[in-house]
Unconditional design. Structure first.
Ligand SMILES: Nc1ncnc2c1ncn2[C@@H]1O[C@H](COP(=O)(O)OP(=O)(O)O)[C@@H](O)[C@H]1O
Ligand SMILES: [Mg+2]
Lengths: 303, 301
């Protein structure tokens, strides 16, 4: 345990002293600021010029919807940031030879990997806490009453955190497979493009497929969420299942926006799975990526 | 040589090839075998690209070998000074040392680190990031780090490179001091003079193969003797038959042969008895350098 603590202290210290680290934090803060400003403005306009008389519940619902949009704006860019940060961890120490040097001491290899993983997990946590705080601050500075309680706010950060943990573990896996940091970062950026691209194309493509199929039989009717879930093509569903961004739908459950009928904005939020399934998918994804990284790290430098 | 049991490092038939898939195959090591006794200070000598660093990395377990066996007998991790400075460059020297001290569970880490920093002339500069250090300072820090956990075995890849003459002398003295404490040391070096000075034995390595392992004392026992004879007739010169002729001047007056120190007197008397007019006898001390030119450079490959 002591050995892990020593390693983590060093890894944290290394991360903080890294020249890119202030930029990363600044980027997260700036991103959160911009997104929070945009969400808070949206909310303010809605309150000032309401389409109907608003009950407190309506206001709260609108605030939750703004929070959802907020997270959807923040998440993809943070995915990129975390992929890059985590892909640097091991590759950097490989490139400057320190990893081999430390391994030559013949100490517990696993702890070296676990320490790195825990440090990026901490960064993931920071990467969701800063936006959560920024959102509340945004609403508050717009002179509006914050209607989301702290518990719900934190709960809403849970699914973004699962996404960040998954991509961090993916980044470490990339790091563990690359010899040079430049290779690692390039692969990380490509992974980001694939993740975001595949998510949008699979979701939108699948919806179009489902709706086309639906309207072959039901003319002049609206497709319900249940219909969409049933008609959604399996291959695209699988693609989404393998995509960390799918966990964004967990947010809908946490924020209670899947109800449909009474929805203020007349949009029916769509989700494939229930909250527990979404959470399990996230946990399984993060831990299997962790294991893959671990296995590849343990093989490093051996025949 | 002692029996197998006393060997703290033994390398048996180790081979290593780099590249293959995309790049050209390089056979860096080709069936290397040698061993070190406890307390032995051994120099690893050979031209650039001979495979010294590769061999050291394999002994350290920092590089995988293709075949062969490496046994290192030590309870503590081997102290290691790599061929190029390797540090957490953004951290301070003290932070670097402290990490390795704590990682290796050194007692009183703070005191040990401060003491070593001072000992290696870095006291008062421990709070600077290693990035700002000169090559020589990094080299000293690397040696301090290698000694931090009180290892039984110290492996140094070209420790003298990058050091100024003062530091070379100081390092030589430190190594001689450590030698007394029973530390087993393997060091590679281009500086044959230092190897001659410090080491008990020398492993000559060339193109991935160990050419010879010789004790420095043995190397000192034989020497090159230069005879200048005014009448070098074949009958007179026959007194020197059986000795390896190292050099001979064009006029035949001067001849250099290799022999053991205590034979010189007897040969000289024989020459004189045979009627030789011996003008001068010079004893040319043989060093690791001479051995190097014999073993590594002689056959021109
Ligand atoms: N990582 C590597 N990849 C490819 N070739 C290497 C690598 N390391 C060393 N070599 C090659 O192996 C040979 C031995 O190198 P090295 O052990 O560094 O020699 P020395 O330390 O004696 O100068 C050289 O030809 C070198 O180019
Ligand atoms: Mg070398």
């Amino acid at each position: 345990m002591n050995e892990l603590f020593v390693l983590m202290k060093k890894d944290l210290r290394l991360l903080i002293s890294e020249s890119y680290f202030p930029i990363v934090i600044l980027a997260i803060v700036a991103l959160s600021g911009v997104a929070a400003f945009s969400a808070a403005t949206d909310y303010s306009f809605f309150i000032q010029d309401p389409p109907m008389t608003l009950s407190i519940a309506d206001k709260e619902l609108k605030q939750l919807m703004c929070l959802l949009d907020f997270w959807k704006m923040v998440i993809p860019i943070e995915v990129l940031i975390l992929l890059m940060v985590s892909s640097l961890t091991l590759s950097m120490e490989k490139e400057n030879g320190m990893l081999r040097f430390i391994l030559a001491y013949g100490k517990n290899r696993s702890l070296i990997f676990i320490s790195k993983s825990l440090v990026v997990a901490m960064v993931s946590l920071i990467a969701v806490l800063i936006p959560a705080l920024a959102f509340l601050l945004g609403i508050y500075t717009m002179g509006q009453e914050v209607l989301i309680d702290a518990g719900l706010m934190l709960a809403s950060a849970a699914f973004p955190l699962l996404i960040m943990l998954s991509v961090s573990m993916l980044g470490i896996l990339i790091s563990s497979l690359s010899k040079k940091r430049h290779t690692a970062v390039i692969i990380a950026v490509m992974a980001f493009l694939v993740i975001t691209g595949a998510y949008t194309s699979a979701l939108e493509g699948g919806m179009i497929d489902a709706s086309l199929e639906y309207h072959q039989e039901h003319i002049d009717q609206f497709m319900t969420n249940a219909d969409a879930r049933m008609l959604f093509p399996e291959d695209k569903k699988l693609m989404l299942l393998l995509n960390p961004l799918l966990m964004q739908e967990g947010l809908l459950h946490v924020l209670n926006l899947t109800g449909g009928e009474m929805n203020l904005a007349y949009v029916e939020a769509f989700a494939f799975y229930d909250e527990a399934t979404d959470a399990s998918i996230g946990i399984i994804m993060a831990s299997s990526l962790f294991l893959m990284g671990y296995v590849s790290f343990m093989r490093y430098g051996k025949r | 040589m002692n029996e197998e049991g006393a060997m703290v490092i033994s390398v048996t038939d180790v081979s290593k090839t780099f590249g293959g898939l995309i790049s050209k195959k390089i056979r860096a090591l080709d069936g290397v075998s040698f061993s070190l006794e406890r307390g032995e200070v051994c120099g690893l000598v050979g031209p650039n690209g001979a495979g010294k660093s590769t061999l050291i990395s394999i002994i350290m377990g920092a590089e995988a070998r293709d075949q062969g066996k490496v046994t290192v007998k030590s309870d503590k991790p081997v102290g290691f000074v790599p061929d190029r400075p390797m540090f957490y460059e953004d951290l301070t020297a003290m932070e670097n040392l402290m990490f390795f001290a704590q990682y290796n569970k050194v007692d009183a880490p703070m005191e040990s680190c401060t003491k070593l920093l001072t000992e290696f002339g870095l006291g008062g500069r421990g709070d600077e990031p290693v990035r700002n250090y000169s090559k020589g300072m990094k080299q000293r820090l690397a040696i301090a780090r290698a000694l931090l956990h009180g290892p039984d075995i110290l492996v140094m890849d070209e420790p003298f490179t990058g050091l100024d003459p003062t530091m070379v002398i100081e390092l030589r003295d430190s190594i001689k001091r450590l030698k007394g404490s029973g530390l087993t040391i393997l060091l590679s070096s281009h500086d044959l003079h230092e190897v001659n000075n410090i080491c008990d034995s020398v492993v000559f390595i060339k193109a991935g193969k160990v050419v010879n392992k010789e004790s420095v004392a043995e190397c000192h026992r034989t020497m090159d003797v230069q005879f200048t004879i005014l009448n070098p007739t074949p009958s007179i010169l026959s007194c020197l038959d059986g000795y390896a002729v190292i050099d001979r001047s064009d006029d035949g007056h001067t001849i250099v042969v290799k022999m053991e120190k205590d034979e010189v007197q007897a040969r000289l008397s024989e020459l004189v008895k045979a009627g030789g007019l011996v003008q001068e006898v010079r004893l040319l001390e043989r060093s690791v350098e001479d051995l190097y030119s014999e073993l590594i450079m002689e056959d021109g490959r």
